[in-house]
Design a protein around this ligand. Structure first.
Ligand code: ADP
Ligand code: G6P
Length: 498
């Protein structure tokens, strides 16, 4: 029996690939889609391998039993092929889930893993809620595996755990499956950065957390630096034997393989959206747009970016009335205090700058606080002169890649922070340190005035790389990395002693 791309895949993620909501007119429960690279890439494999998706439906135990509706016959989304039996909704008690999701995932791991420890809270009760909800996820996952194994006893399911919400589920899944005599393989992929040992050791239960992740057979991160940070933590905190070259960690007599797997986007989909998208309305033909698209999150460096734009207007007043900053910010984690404060700070800052520089026919900043459709997003990407993708820290950043895919007419310029995972491969972008405000403003000026031949050359190379390494390439690389596990070529003998 081997693991390969035809083994049924059990995806376990905090969120289901859609939420379930009541249609206010018909009263029927319906699927509401969440667009995202992960869903686009992974849902078809779950469909193809007749696998399962375990995740939170947006409801709690107090809401009663939630029946997953079948897809609407007109559904064109990547999840349309998922039958209701393939979707396993995780339901917790509301307070417990809130302590896990807002209290621990969003208020501890999110800031800590983005190397912002001053924003992180460390509370035992939140950590306990995290472990408990991970246990609930584990239980449900094992039930899912059991149901698959009954109908298909010849294959070994591949359980794929996603992101920082589920770092403590693997060992419980393994133990429960062992007791039931169910063979499985397990992989974990982290969608955010993995921090250095100096940061990780601030977490009071770091040893438990590392052991939790090591419950998997294979662990994936976006870039090599995050892999090496993880390996370093395992060696220094747990005393594991490791092989940095082969990226292997030995723990409890098992060998765990570590893989850099940079996630990407459905490139062709964005190209065709951009080819069809309506024209963006501008003040005049010559107006240049600087564009920011982000969840409203403090890791995205929105305040730093808007301050740099203010400096640009101050130092290069020739841009007044000719350049507009268009910031689209989607509301996110609005129950968390840090996010509420950020919204207030940004509202004030934008109001002040607009008040300072606006003229009767022009305002420097257009600010949309909300989600825009994929068609509208593609139009913004295509018709902007400069994309300003300047997070303070970001696992990968898909916006940079989506912008590049949508450059189907006049080539624009990508400004990119070196602190995003994307910064380590998108070399033709203009790299800018978001903390250095004056330099940031100068790079904005350079981007706005870059000659066409230079823009063309940079964009051509960026587009070529992203086309070759799209989200499907990412998925295939992941499946290959898991196939290797079946070759049984990971032996402790390859590991270097401490
Ligand atoms: P993160 O996962 O931290 O939010 P990414 O840049 O990797 O950051 O992914 C963000 C995704 O959300 C992208 O696919 C982007 O198109 C989408 N997105 C961000 N802001 C908006 C918005 N205002 N409206 C619609 N989609 C958005
Ligand atoms: C990041 C995380 C995802 C998460 C998303 C939206 O991309 O890596 O796991 O789903 O943000 O955040 P939310 O808290 O709304 O799920």
């Amino acid at each position: 029996m081997v693991i390969n791309s035809t083994s049924p895949m059990v995806v376990v993620a905090n969120r289901l690939p859609f939420t379930v909501q009541k249609n206010p007119v018909t009263g029927q429960m319906e699927r509401k889609h969440c667009a995202g690279g992960l869903v686009t890439a992974v849902a078809p494999v779950v469909v193809e391998t007749e696998g399962l998706w375990v995740g939170w439906s947006g409801q709690h135990q107090e809401d009663g039993v939630v029946e997953i509706p079948e897809a609407n016959p007109n559904d064109q989304s990547p999840t349309a092929g998922l039958k209701s039996w393939q979707v396993k909704p995780m339901m917790s008690q509301k307070t417990l889930f809130d302590n896990y999701y807002n209290g621990c995932c969003n208020a501890t791991f999110w800031p800590l893993f983005h190397s912002m420890p001053d924003r992180a809270i460390f509370q035992q009760d939140k950590w306990e809620a995290y472990r408990e909800v991970n246990e609930q996820f584990a239980k449900l996952t094992v039930e899912a595996v059991q149901s698959l194994s009954k109908s298909n006893p010849e294959t070994i399911p591949l359980v794929w755990l996603h992101d920082y919400h589920l770092m403590m589920a693997a060992n419980s899944i393994r133990d429960r499956c062992d007791k039931l005599g169910l063979p499985i393989k397990m992989a974990f992929f982290l969608h955010i950065p993995f921090p250095s040992w100096d940061i990780m050791r601030l977490f009071p239960w770091d040893d438990e957390l590392l052991q939790g992740i090591l419950g998997c057979d294979s662990v994936g991160f976006h870039v090599e630096d995050y892999c090496l940070n993880f390996i370093d933590c395992c060696q220094r905190r747990l005393g594991c034997r490791v092989d940095r070259e082969q990226m292997l960690v030995e723990h409890n007599g098992r060998t765990v393989s570590v893989h850099p797997l940079p996630i990407s986007i459905p490139y062709d989909r964005f190209v065709s959206l951009a080819e069809k998208a309506p024209q963006v309305v501008k003040n005049n033909e010559q107006e240049q747009l600087l564009l920011g698209v982000d969840r409203l999150d403090y890791t995205k460096g929105l305040v730093h970016r808007i301050r740099a734009f203010e400096t640009l207007l101050q130092k290069h007043p020739e841009h007044i009335e000719h350049v507009t900053f268009l910031q689209v910010a989607v509301p996110s984690r609005t129950d968390v205090k840090e996010y509420q404060e950020l919204k207030e700070d940004l509202d004030q800052l934008i109001g002040r700058i607009n008040g300072r520089f606006s003229t009767p026919n022009w305002s420097p900043i257009r600010y949309i606080y909300g989600c825009v459709s994929q068609e509208q997003l593609a139009a913004f990407y295509r018709d902007s002169s400069v994309a300003v993708v300047t997070p303070l820290r970001d696992g990968m950043n898909l916006v940079a890649k989506e912008f590049v895919a949508c450059q189907v007419s006049e080539p624009g310029v990508l400004m990119l922070s070196p602190f995003a995972g994307a910064g380590s491969s998108m070399h033709e972008a203009l790299l800018v340190n978001p903390y250095e405000t004056d330099e940031f403003a100068e790079v904005m000026h350079r981007a706005l005035t870059m000659p066409k031949d230079e823009r063309e050359l940079r964009m051509k190379q960026l587009r070529h790389r992203e086309r070759e390494h799209d989200v499907n390439f990412w998925l295939q690389s992941f499946l290959k990395s898991v196939d290797c596990l079946a070759d049984n070529n990971l032996t402790p003998g390859r590991l270097l002693p401490l």
